[in-house]
Design a protein around this ligand. Structure first.
Ligand code: GH3
Ligand code: MG
Ligand code: MG
Ligand code: MG
Length: 315
């Protein structure tokens, strides 16, 4: 006989437990003006260990979403005072343009018009009330799974695989948007391009794997010092930072401090061995130009730093 895996097998139980454990990290907002329905939906979700927040109308829902940035799913009724379900979805899409939030509309059966309108207004899915519990859980799980797939794709598209820093693509998109915001608000902004000196020698002398290991350590220090700014690995051994809210003189001294710190660092590899590095930095100061022209000027300054003997900042 081949024992068919039972629904109640040990493996199944382990699988269920890990699913529930995963669910406990998922925050869901339930919006309904009927307290009874709200509590019932909450009860169902809590059975599956989800973290649940409740709102009695759209306005309260928006307040909660503002306070809880990691709510990624909203289940909402249509008929509600203040802000109805459609208006809530519209508001969510407008305000959280860049945050993936799955919205599932709920409304009484027979109102097919409502389901269409929910989807047209930006909801991901719709569920008529009353619903089968199984269908309810299937829809919630499906939507969470597609959300997770989306988040993981987004992460892959914006992060550098080796160092975990933002990649060039992220820097171009976010940097450009950020630069514009700062320009309208008249916040000072500088761009630094950092390039590791003679990095080819690390690879040639110790091998590519050591080179990778060193780049990872370098990225760690860069993030530690400049993590509050927009940073990225924009080339092989080249990194860029948008220094916002600092006067050029402040940006310069921060970068100088970093350059000197790097000079004194010991980058470990193999069995307790270490090597030293220096960096060259090109900095440019934004006026009303584009990110491209800022990058271009920083690059010219970086080139000048290399030309003048490396291990220095030119701005
Ligand atoms: P310079 O001071 O003029 O910048 O000299 P350099 O040797 O750093 O510059 P060059 O552009 O000639 O060489 C950069 C080297 O960085 C070559 C390349 O093998 C290495 N590199 C780029 N990306 C990676 C990476 O992901 N891993 C490793 N191990 N090496 C990399
Ligand atoms: Mg209602
Ligand atoms: Mg280099
Ligand atoms: Mg380079």
């Amino acid at each position: 006989y081949v024992l068919k895996e039972s629904r109640y097998s040990y493996q199944y139980a382990v699988q269920m437990l890990s699913r529930l454990e995963k669910n406990s990290n998922v925050k869901i907002l339930v919006v309904d003006d009927s307290r009874q329905i709200r509590q019932f939906v909450t009860y169902l979700l809590k059975l599956h260990r989800y973290q649940v927040f409740e709102a009695e109308d759209g306005l309260v829902a928006l307040q909660i979403l503002d306070k809880e940035p990691d709510i990624h799913m909203v289940l909402t009724d249509y008929h509600m005072p203040n802000l109805n379900g459609f208006e809530l979805v519209q508001q969510i899409r407008q305000r959280y343009e860049k945050t993936p939030i799955a919205v599932i509309g709920l409304s009484s059966q027979g109102d097919s018009h409502v389901s269409v309108q929910f989807i047209k207004n930006g909801a991901n899915d719709f569920l008529p009330k009353p619903f089968e519990h199984e269908e309810f859980f299937c829809r919630v799980t499906n939507n969470i799974e597609s959300l997770e797939r989306m988040l993981s794709l987004k992460l892959q598209a914006t992060k550098d695989y080796l160092t975990g820093l933002n990649n060039r693509r992220y820097f171009a998109e976010e940097g450009d948007a950020h630069l514009r915001r700062c320009q309208t608000e008249e916040i000072p902004i500088c761009l630094a391009m950092i390039d590791i000196d003679l990095f080819k020698r690390v690879n040639d002398g110790f091998g590519h794997l050591v080179g990778d290991q060193v780049l990872k350590q370098f990225a760690y220090y860069l993030d530690d010092c400049f993590g509050r700014f927009i940073t990225a690995r924009t080339g092989g051994e080249e990194f860029s930072i948008l220094l916002t809210g600092l006067q050029p003189s402040q940006a310069r001294s921060l970068l100088e401090e970093f350059r000197i710190m790097v000079e004194e660092l010991e980058f470990e590899f193999g069995d307790g061995e270490y090597l030293r590095l220096t960096i060259s930095i090109g900095m440019s100061v934004a006026s009303d130009d584009s990110l491209d022209s800022l990058l271009q000027r920083a690059d010219q300054h970086l080139y000048a730093a290399k030309d003048s003997g490396r291990n220095m900042l030119v701005s």
